[in-house]
Design a protein around this ligand. Structure first.
Ligand SMILES: [Zn+2]
Length: 456
């Protein structure tokens, strides 16, 4: 167990998120609502960037996966077919003394963990949120808030296949909110009752499922690494036979070393033909596939990589959180991948001196057109660097009095705090290159050109 990771406790992450406007407790002025969190101005950018990175990787950069956005409320029969009405339940026990409720399968003893009181017999508790559609509250009008986005994909299998003229193998991807009335929640945004999923259902010919299953496990594992998660904090865990859903052939969890220990970040499952077969049976509509190459008709198998947006956000925050020493003081820095950083560039005039403001504003206006940029002129330059470090901003651009003379500005880099000075006209292209991964160097390649131009 890497000791280093253990040093980041969840309290530090929660406190940074509050302090810098990433994540707030929901309805905080009313005392908050258990397990509900609101993404603030920086959090919403980070979350969008996580979603966008996923969508780009699994939809836009591939020609075998297309996206959909299905409604949260579905026909109630869809949840009968999927097995959720019957079986999506946890065993619930209640303390006879303090009336707290617990998941029986997560308790180690026979007593209430809070007050040591006696517990009731377990009863099964369905985790789906139920509500009523239309003005009449009776059973005929019951609808559920979806507990997973997957079923919206399965019921659209034939619509997507026929309109997009897709041949196997192909996938359908979706990002959206799901809801589970969990008995116990916790660990910040790790387990909440309202959460966001990024799911792919990848449909394959039955005898090719093992190959595609292995492919997607690797593909998804590498996605986290590419976005900067440290390899030692990521691992694969294969489900044991007793852990697998009755229909699943195989399943891997991609686990991350969160502050509370190794926990699931994403699941990749081989679901066989269970889902399409169930929906075909309950809807009466054929969902089989005619294979023109082999002249066969069969129900496709499906590989499901299912990731949590909020869990990914938490993993990226935890993994990028670091403390080092700057100017003799502890510096908190989020070493986020540039693609995920909420703010890419901060424009900082050395001071609020009226001579500096016009040029600083001009730089801001230009940079702002290309990248998510923040202008900050409040407090000392050192304090402003610290703020941007905590926000994970990869680059700060500083305008000083010398800039007025020589039309050069300074770029300061977040991770090593190195600085380079360059002509203003090269600023955008340089930032572009650095944000795309070009090494940051104090020996700029453009210095010869810059000198040459000045001599002209
Ligand atoms: Zn109790």
């Amino acid at each position: 167990m890497p000791e280093e990771k253990r040093k980041v406790d969840m309290d530090k992450i929660v406190s940074l998120c509050k302090r810098r406007g990433f994540i707030f407790p929901s309805s905080e002025i009313y005392g908050g609502l258990n397990s509900c969190w609101d993404y603030g101005p920086l959090g919403v950018e980070l979350k969008r960037n996580v979603r966008d990175a996923w969508w780009r990787a699994v939809v836009q950069e591939r020609d075998d996966v297309v996206g959909i956005d299905a409604s949260i409320m579905m026909h109630p029969q869809a949840w009968v077919a999927s097995g959720h009405v019957e079986g999506f339940s946890d065993p619930l026990v209640e303390c006879k003394n303090c009336h707290l409720r617990w998941r029986a399968d997560q308790l180690s003893g026979e007593k209430c963990p809070d007050c040591d009181g006696e517990l009731t017999e377990p009863k099964m508790f369905n985790l789906m949120f139920k509500t009523f559609m239309g003005p009449v509250e009776d059973n005929a009008n019951v609808v559920y808030l979806r507990p997973e986005t997957a079923q919206g994909i399965f019921v659209n299998f034939e619509n997507v296949r026929s309109t997009m003229r897709k041949k196997l193998p192909f996938g359908i991807a979706q990002i959206g909110k799901s809801f589970r009335n969990e008995i116990t929640t916790g660990n910040f945004i790790f387990r909440t009752r309202e959460f966001e999923q990024m799911e792919i259902e990848y449909f394959v010919k039955p005898d090719t499922d093992d190959e595609w299953f292995n492919y997607w496990v690797k593909e998804r594992f590498n996605w986290y690494l590419k976005l900067g998660i440290k390899k030692e904090n990521l691992r694969l865990r294969r489900h044991g036979k007793e852990e697998l859903a009755h229909y699943a052939k195989d399943c891997y969890d991609i686990e991350y070393l969160f502050p509370m220990g190794w926990s699931e970040l994403e699941g990749v499952a081989n679901r066989g033909d269970f889902d399409l077969a169930q929906h075909a049976k309950h809807s009466g509509k054929g969902l089989d596939y005619f294979d023109e190459e082999t002249n066969e008709r069969y129900v496709p198998y499906v590989i499901e990589p299912s990731a949590g947006v909020d869990r990914s956000v938490l993993a990226f925050l935890v993994d990028s959180y670091d403390e080092d020493i700057a100017e003799g003081e502890t510096r908190v820095v989020l070493r986020l991948h540039p693609a995920l950083a909420p703010i890419k560039v901060a424009v900082l005039p050395l001071s609020r001196n009226e001579k500096l403001v016009p040029m600083a504003r001009e730089v801001y206006t230009e940079v702002h057109r290309h990248f998510m940029t923040q202008y900050d002129d409040a407090q000392s330059i050192g304090r402003r660097y610290r703020r941007q470090d905590e926000a994970g901003t990869p680059f700060c651009v500083t305008i000083d009095f010398q800039s007025l003379e020589d039309k050069q500005v300074t770029i300061r880099e977040r991770d090593g705090m190195a600085q380079i000075r360059l002509p203003l006209r090269d600023l955008v292209s340089t930032l572009q290159a650095k944000l795309s991964g070009e090494a940051f160097t104090t020996q700029p390649t453009w210095s010869a050109k810059a000198v040459g131009t000045r001599e002209d």
